[in-house]
Design a protein around this ligand. Structure first.
Ligand code: SAH
Length: 395
């Protein structure tokens, strides 16, 4: 096995158990390793620190599989790691009875580059690092064993694979997909398009926040921006919203949203309206038309994939939130989110405070929101805390 030798002092991150080794931390590789091969990691003084996956094309040159110097990275390793991650979800009471659950959340579950969501009997897997890609068969076998699922579908088509020198890979890797796949999330039936939908097909991270929307929506006139397949919209209707206007720029997502509404006959479809539009201009049109709402949800896509994009992203967040605040009736709620890794919780709160000030409204934070419990944040991987949200009430 090849040996990755760190530069002097670069073993400090290892002591904090941070799983990434940047190219700038690597002194040299002794021996030969192909992309994804396991290498032994050593400090400059020759102390063995653990085992990692080699990613020669990436700035993150290696990702730690284990901080145990004796660890053997083989099929049994993945069987244990996958089973442990699945078992953590099974014993969490907050996930009992959920059809849609994130089973593996990458680094934070000890499996860098591996994301796995379960939708009923179907498991969707996304591999984004050379190491994870190398161990595809071991991971698939372990998933089938740990879940007893009928199908595993691979959605390794995320852009980040390019940075690892990996081509997109999609398709069924075990069993066969059912003709139509739906899940029930807190009483609402939703279609999940694992083949053509965003990411793995559905945004499970917002499950708890969608439920909170339902709890707060009663009697309110709701505006749901960036609605995707209508998750927040349908929960708001279930919570007794007076009306829900939902906006997204994706026609296919809106078609799915309308099918989802039809899948839930107990909801009053007459209270729902859908609009295919760019949210930035739609908010201005609503403002100019003098519209007002009692609850506004802003769940935009990632504006800042990394800290380098933070400034431009901050302007975009400020823009939509300022317009959101202006469109609220007194006592209204702004449920606002950022899933940008490059925007931290503190910065996000500053942006929202600035937006409220510029809109001329007094607001207060009534709930701090984050990703659902099946999206844990490893204490050694604070980067894993990507989704943050604030529920603000205006005077
Ligand atoms: N809230 C959703 C997930 C939102 S994902 C849920 O709970 O499932 C972000 C959505 O924003 C996507 O559906 C995407 O199509 C949409 N989107 C991206 N840019 C947009 C824009 N400028 N205007 C309107 N929608 C946009």
């Amino acid at each position: 096995m090849a040996q990755l030798i760190l530069k002097p002092g670069k073993d400090r991150a290892m002591a904090r158990r941070h799983p990434w080794i940047y190219d700038s931390a690597v002194a040299r590789l002794e021996g030969r390793a192909r992309p994804g091969d396991t290498v032994t990691v050593l400090s400059d003084s020759g102390k063995v620190l653990g085992k990692a996956a080699w990613s020669p094309e990436s700035k993150i040159r290696a990702r730690m599989w284990s901080f145990d110097p004796e660890a053997v990275i083989d099929h049994a390793f993945f069987k244990r790691a996958v089973a442990a991650s699945v078992a953590r979800r099974q014993r969490h009471p907050g996930l009992a009875g959920q059809d849609g659950v994130r089973l593996i959340h990458g680094e934070s579950d000890g499996l860098p580059g591996v994301v796995v969501d379960r939708f009923g009997a179907v498991v969707v897997m996304q591999l984004t690092s050379a190491g994870a890609d190398k161990w595809r068969d071991a991971i698939v076998n372990a998933l089938v064993q740990a879940t007893g699922c009928e199908a595993v579908y691979e959605r390794s088509d995320s852009d980040v694979r390019g940075r690892e020198g990996l081509e997109p890979v999609t398709g069924c890797v075990h069993g066969a997909l059912p003709d139509a796949l739906t899940i029930v999330e807190n009483g609402i039936r939703m279609e999940v398009d694992v083949v053509g939908g965003h990411k793995t097909g559905f945004y499970l991270d917002q499950r708890d926040n969608r439920l909170m929307t339902r709890e707060l929506a009663s009697g309110r006139k709701v505006l749901n921006c960036f609605c995707y397949t209508g998750g927040f919209s349908l929960q708001a209707l279930a919570g007794g919203a007076a009306s829900v206007l939902s906006i997204d720029s994706s026609g296919p997502a809106l078609s799915t949203a309308e099918r989802n509404l039809a899948l839930n006959p107990s909801l009053d479809a007459g209270r729902a309206a859908w609009q295919e539009a760019d949210v930035f201009s739609a908010l201005r049109e609503l403002r100019d038309a003098g519209e007002r709402f009692d609850m506004i949800i802003l769940d935009p896509p990632k504006f800042a994939p990394s800290a380098a994009h933070a400034e431009r992203a901050a302007r975009a967040y400020k823009d939509i939130n300022l317009l959101g605040f202006r469109l609220l009736n007194p006592g209204g709620l702004l449920m606002t989110y950022s899933c940008s890794g490059g925007i931290g919780v503190e910065l996000f709160q500053k942006i929202i405070a600035g937006a409220a000030a510029d809109a001329g409204v007094d607001g207060r934070i009534v709930h701090r929101l984050s990703a659902a419990v099946d999206h844990p944040v490893g204490l050694s991987v604070p980067e894993g805390e990507y989704l943050k949200g604030l529920c603000c009430e205006v005077a």
